[in-house]
Ligand binder design. Structure first.
Ligand code: RB5
Length: 150
């Protein structure tokens, strides 16, 4: 899977850790940074990642900030993005199964490192269930003005 990953200055360690996990699992990774010591405003990173997911360049995105909340708010402004801020494994599974989320967000200041790795693993391996959920996700797409099909 081709995956874009990004963080702000609150989460370079987790971005690096998750990137290593993704590469070890055989994924292709586009790394938007930032490195430790660099400053970044999370909306800028979320926009870049969101556009790569919305235009189909990447199948999924992973965005990490202090809480995951700012990244998810910003990423969800991009039509075609369905970003979920998760700190538990059930949410990481159900945002895929029910919401067809294409961007996972979480916070380095909120979840432990082992939970962070498991969030990513569960998010990436859980398929969308479709069925009754497809109608609801179509309604989310309609809120985007139907301009994107990511
Ligand atoms: C940066 O200090 C922090 O505000 C940001 O990483 C994030 O938690 C915002 O949602």
């Amino acid at each position: 899977m081709k995956i874009v990953i990004g963080c702000d200055h609150a989460a370079p360690e987790y971005r690096e850790m998750i990137k290593e996990e993704l590469l070890a699992a055989g994924h292709e990774v586009i790394d938007l940074g930032v490195k430790a010591g660099e400053k970044a405003d999370y909306p800028d990173v979320a926009e870049k990642a969101g556009r790569l997911v919305a235009d189909g360049t990447c199948e999924k995105g992973i965005l990490i900030c202090g809480t995951g909340v700012g990244m998810s708010i910003a990423a969800n402004k991009i039509p075609g993005v369905r970003a979920a801020c998760c700190s538990d494994l059930s949410s990481a599974r159900l945002c895929r199964a029910h919401n067809d989320a294409n961007v996972l967000c979480f916070g380095q200041r909120i979840v432990g490192s082992e939970v962070a790795k498991e969030l990513v693993e569960v998010f990436l391996r859980t398929p969308f269930e479709g069925g009754r959920h497809a109608r609801r996700v179509d309604k989310i797409r309609a809120l985007d003005g139907g301009r994107h099909d990511a």
